[in-house]
Design a protein around this ligand. Structure first.
Ligand code: KG4
Ligand code: ZN
Length: 392
């Protein structure tokens, strides 16, 4: 089954052609990053206008790249939520119109669910052909699995027992992980989107230390930052660490008593010493941006990794998968891998370009729903506030 997928939930316009939910024939993404970078974040009105100008050229490029005609396509899928209403409308309307014009079945896709399905995708050359069982092909993720969904607007730990079966174990009580990265990057003057910028700045700090033959960990512990463990729950909270970063970035490096700080590793003395080093750096001039970035990235990824390991252990899953833009973070991947090693639970994550918004994941998620006989009418409307369909 060849599905044409369309993604337009935020500031990326994507069209992809995916065979049997797994192999990518074409995956074209037009990004608006440069435009929104000027404002330090996505401007919804600008985003929807850009979606309108990008959708047709992106569609034409994808069809060309896949060297296929409309006769080869079996179904059309488009994101219908969650996301920005104006942006969603462009892709959804394009999808429904194409389905009507070419007499093809149409399916609206939940963008969050699609992020999970990025883990099922691989290049055409690596896909076993033909698919004999739509539910499972060699190389697919294994159920039951735990998924850490970490995007610009969501941070959730989800237990997935089967295609379409989702149980919510925990979610953020305030900011999403990606949102925290974006806000902190803005404060540090690192631009938009914040995640890749913070990762790059943190790597710079680690490089500096490597050149001086010092442990890379010094950069990560340079600033004392709070971690919200919210014990007894798989929920997250990133507003505390974000606020701490705001103060640090303003040069207000507090010399708060060590007892006031949640140091998960217990290495209180060392942390306190590095905090003082950070404070000195800040007093000399501007706060040390790369070290601040490394400390922030560590605080966020440590909580995500430890809670993911705890949930994987409790629910005895076979695999852990990552989904959403923040899954592109190299430190997060390494940190979770480290946590899971003693459990022998496999970790898998999508290729970097499939972590952030794209249409291949939309076509993949659509395939599994279409295989179950699902389809939407052309009266389907956008649902900006849509969440994963959790079981009670
Ligand atoms: O999934 P996504 O592309 O869009 C949403 O559906 O929200 O996620 C975007 C988020 C942004 O907050 C961005 O800063 C973050 O993913 N992100 C990263 C990295 N790459 C993108 N965060 C941390 N490290 C990265 N390398
Ligand atoms: Zn997304």
């Amino acid at each position: 089954m060849l599905v044409l997928g369309i993604e337009s939930s935020c500031d990326e316009t994507g069209v992809a052609l995916v065979r049997d939910g797994r192999s990518i024939l074409a995956n074209v993404v037009a990004s608006q990053i440069e435009i929104h970078n000027r404002y330090g974040g996505v401007v919804p009105e600008v985003a929807s206008r850009q979606q309108i100008s990008a959708i047709i050229p992106v569609l034409e490029t994808a069809l060309q790249q896949a060297s296929c005609s409309w006769d080869d396509i079996d179904a059309i899928a488009a994101t219908y939520g969650p996301g920005l209403a104006g942006s969603l409308l462009v892709g959804l309307t394009a999808g429904k119109t194409l389905a009507l014009a070419h007499g093809l079945p149409f399916l609206g896709v939940n963008h969050l669910e699609a992020h999970l399905y990025a883990n099922w995708l691989r290049p055409e050359t690596e896909s076993p052909q033909p698919v004999v069982n739509w539910r499972y092909q060699e190389g697919d993720p294994l159920f039951p699995l735990l998924c850490l969904v970490i995007s610009g607007a969501h941070s959730e730990l989800v237990l997935v027992r089967e295609h379409g079966s989702y149980e919510l174990l925990g979610r953020t009580r305030d900011d999403a992980a990606g949102e925290a990265f974006d806000k902190v990057a803005r404060v540090l003057g690192l631009g938009y989107p914040g995640g890749p910028a913070i990762q790059k700045a943190a790597q710079q700090a680690e490089e500096e230390l490597r050149e001086q033959h010092k442990p890379v960990d010094l950069a990560r512990k340079a600033y004392r930052l709070p971690r919200a463990w919210l014990r007894g729950s798989y929920d997250f909270s990133f507003s505390g660490v974000k606020t701490a970063m705001l103060h640090l970035a303003e040069g207000v490096v507090s010399d708060a008593p060590v007892s006031a700080v949640a140091t998960h590793t217990g290495d209180v003395k060392q942390v306190s010493q590095y905090t003082r080093m950070g404070a000195q750096a800040a007093q000399k001039g501007a706060p040390n941006i790369p070290w601040l970035a490394a400390s922030f990235q560590e605080a966020v990824t440590e909580v995500l990794a430890v809670k993911t390991r705890m949930a994987a252990q409790e629910y005895g899953v076979r695999q852990v998968i990552l989904a959403g833009g923040v899954a592109a973070n190299a430190r997060l991947r390494a940190r979770i891998e480290q946590e899971l090693r003693p459990l022998e639970v496999q970790l898998r994550y999508p290729a970097i370009e499939l972590c952030t918004d794209n249409a291949a994941m939309i076509a993949s998620a659509a395939y599994f729903h279409l295989s179950l006989g699902e389809q939407h009418g052309l009266d389907l409307d956008v649902q900006p506030g849509l969440s994963l369909p959790f079981k009670k």
